[in-house]
Design a protein around this ligand. Structure first.
Ligand code: 8YV
Length: 330
């Protein structure tokens, strides 16, 4: 029997390609070219599966143009690049990579919180620029982390990981807001108290965003929300660009209406709002919250498992829309 064909849309571990090639005819993009949409659709013709990394928009138009496509396996826990309703309607399965990146991403969220509060990059730039010629009592004095109030918006797995680090490691008072309240046992494990969004904004000394992106969460933090925060507060976004109104944030940072921000994700990334590049009180990283070698391998393995298990046995490991299986393309 001839092998099914799949596309790997971005460069990935050679070992992952080799593993996929045992089961499929693989078209890979190891030169990591950034294909435009027309090229992606062209490359997808005749492919039963695609390995995506989060930047490839899968919607009704693409699915109609690629009738052989049966599964889109995202190497990311977030899947806002998928129009899941369109995929289900077309009988195309979507999968993501939950769990394997939870602790690593929570580590990074906490690292960004610490770096932001304690002005790590700003002070390093100062030192590297040769500006350090004497000690001063208030030099890079930042915001206290231990014992302060940690606010978390979006209390899924990663949010809970950040809460545990704050409560157990740093003695923080943890408050959170989420679409739905956690059960009492999970709240107790995170030592976290549920509050409404206005209370979260008002009381947090450090506010961390970990909610999924959807039209409902677009600009969940904009000028109005920033105005409700303490002028001494910090804001961290490890979720998705678009949840924060970056122009409004840059203005709030410039006017010191909040103390500082730490951003791993941006509206329209890899472009970054030019105003964010010129304010000193922001720590900027290029969407690397899950980037440890072990975790990226685990993510790649899980995305590959989904392709292999679904296309060879009909049993995906982490399906997003299992209801698509009923009307699945063959
Ligand atoms: C990915 C992420 O590395 O999993 C996610 O949702 O944001 C990151 O872990 C990223 O999506 C790859 O583009």
């Amino acid at each position: 029997m001839s092998k099914l064909s799949i596309l790997v849309a971005r460069a990935i571990f050679p070992e992952t390609i080799a593993r996929l090639a045992q089961c499929f005819e693989v078209t890979a993009n190891q030169s990591d070219d950034l294909w435009d949409r027309a090229t992606l659709i062209e490359k997808l013709r005749g492919k039963a599966g695609v390995f995506t990394t989060g930047g490839e928009r899968i919607d009704a138009e693409l699915l109609a143009a690629c009738p052989d496509l049966r599964i889109c396996a995202n190497m990311a826990v977030g899947y806002n690049n998928f129009d899941l309703a369109a995929m289900t309607a077309a009988g195309v399965l979507g999968t993501n990579t939950p769990d394997v990146l939870t602790e690593t991403t929570a580590d990074f969220g906490f690292a960004l919180l610490l770096a932001t509060a304690r002005r790590l990059t700003e002070s390093e730039h100062f030192l590297r620029a040769g500006q350090w010629n004497k000690w001063a009592f208030d030099m890079f004095a930042g915001a206290e982390v231990n014992g302060s109030t940690l606010g978390i918006l979006g209390m899924g797995r990663i949010g809970q990981g950040i809460a545990r680090r704050g409560a157990h490691g740093f003695g923080m008072n943890v408050i959170y807001h989420n679409r739905s309240r956690l059960d009492a046992a999970t709240e107790a494990a995170c030592k976290a108290r549920y509050v409404d969004k206005a209370t979260l904004l008002r009381e947090a000394d450090h506010l961390v965003l970990v909610l999924p992106y959807s039209p409902a969460s677009h600009h969940a933090i904009g000028a109005a929300e920033l105005a409700q925060m303490k002028p001494t507060a910090t804001l961290v976004n490890v979720a998705r660009g678009g949840i924060v109104d970056d122009a409004a944030l840059a203005q709030a940072l410039r006017e010191r209406r909040i103390a500082a921000a730490g951003l791993d994700v941006f509206e329209g990334e890899p472009r970054v709002h030019p105003d964010l590049l010129t304010v000193p009180n922001v720590v900027l990283t290029p969407h690397i919250a899950s980037a440890t070698v072990r975790t990226r391998r685990a993510m790649a393995d899980l995305a590959a498992d989904n392709l292999i298990n679904f296309l060879t046995q009909g049993q995906p490991k982490t399906p997003l829309n299992p209801e698509a299986l009923a009307g699945a393309r063959r």
